[in-house]
Design a protein around this ligand. Sequence first.
Ligand code: F6R
Length: 610
Amino acid sequence: MCGIVGYVGDRPCRDILFRGLRKLEYRGYDSAGISIISDGRFELLHSVGNLDNLEAILDQMAEAGTLGLAHTRWATHGRPSNENAHPHTDCTGRFAIVLNGIVENYLALRAALQAEGHEFTSDTDAEVAAHLIERAFRGSLQEAVAEAYRQMEGHFTCCAIAVDEPDVIVGIRKETPLVVGLGEGENYLASAIPAFLAETRSAIFPEDGEVVVVRRESVRLYDLEGLPVDREVQTIDWDEEAAEKSGYETFMLKEIHEQPTALADTLAERIGQDGEVVLDGLGLTPESIKEIRQIIVVACGTSYHAGLVGKYALERWARVPVEVEVASEFRYRDPVIGPDCLCIAVTQSGETADTLAAMRLARQAGARVLAVTNIVGSQATREADGVLFTRAGLEIGVAATKTFLTQVLVMLLLGLYFAEVRGHLTRKQVRSYSDELRNIPRLLGDYLADGAAEHVDEVARDYAFNRFFMCLGRNLSVPVAMEGALKLKEISYIPTDAYAAGEMKHGPIALLEEGSPVLVVATDSFVYDKLISNVQEVRARGARVIAVASEGNEALKEMVDEVFYVPRTDEMLAPLLAVVPLQLFAYYVAKNKGEKVDQPRNLAKTVTVE
Ligand code: F6R
């Protein structure tokens, strides 16, 4: 939530900062600002709305300065306005800060600072940081930031610049992301790698409470007492093209089409010579896997749906009880767990505040914690006992697509691995699944290359102005239906409910009237016939049914209004294919309504606040 980028070097930085912000816009887009030190003073620019508005006034700022900070905001405290847009300055105009996250004790700090005569110009929690630095400054920005940090509670990343020290940017983090990009004679500080990916692949990931002091020629890290800290430089292997649309009209559409590659990359080296599953980084020995009595999956949103698929796989294959819980509930529930429990946190960003809190709670209760994430260096990777990376590459579209599919894949791999270790599937059985898994990227690639998007687009045109949708599934297609419903909600803004089809008679069927659109995930499954009975029930109430079905199921065509056929595969692996037409359907409904799919209202890609 919120994007931060800082630059210090020998190039004029206004446009460099703006380009960095563009790459971070997915983190928030309700207001933005830039602050550059030029001729011993700050130049400041703020705008409300997305970055197009900032770009329109960028010329008002001189190009000359070579050190600056920029920010794109997702409002937490204070509505989107010029006053509340970052960077914020102190009373004297000598310090400018940007902040991502929340300063929880800001009201108390603000009152104390006001009592001392500090004047505030915004409603944000972030502005206290500027005044705390002003108060603490004794000639060293590094020390002043460390002192301000000590006083602020919550979880945040804060970067600061000072006109009295015009060659330095100081940053610090507490449970939210901060990454340093190392260039030649120039360096970057940012809340995410895409901000500088076009300029450098070398990065340092500071830990909480480390004061990062960035100059043109050097990057140094210190603890809060000022003692130097060493951190390894890491090489980022993301393709810079990942941050571009490569000819697609939106990031979301590009990312939907990247799913075959994302699956292939996530699968690479995870299936051995004999078809066995190989999970480097798991952090669990075969003995400890055998001792697990309970698995809790904690996650939010789309990642929660991937966790639900994992539940079906782990229970059916590995015969271990699995609960999947929304992290924001789990963290306040006083759950009954202990050392024989494995907690799996599914989080593409690795930074979701509730998921991190749920991981900590599980760990305190003695559980081992495994993170499934897409982001190297993210907070989840620092706090887990083991990490399984999805290798979806950078996902910029706010609505998750390829990260979901790769999460599902990792959960399926985990299910197979646990099943073999626990003696519930033989190597031969595992091999037959892993052979089929190897086929999935190609099947999906063929499906997308074969005009799937065009067909879905055609159908979606007829439904773009519907009042609501209902999505149904049974067994493994329930989480698929839930994910399809979430995509529709978040990018088309059309109310959509998802249900286990057997639940319809217990209430939701009352919603249906002549013409109500119902999406049914009806790929091959042992409960297919049951699902078809539910389809007949909704048809009998006049619903228009759009089904997702396995290729070759011609009979279904006669029963429903539209069918999106996906390639045939084993029913346990079907979610990897069945969700794609639903992603496309949501996409084209939104496009046909004229919505901005990459930037849905009120949302941000990384939810670092509770
Ligand atoms: C929906 C979406 C969100 C995220 C959720 C969790 O398209 O992207 O629902 O899935 O905010 O985010 P992560 O996976 O980063 O923990």
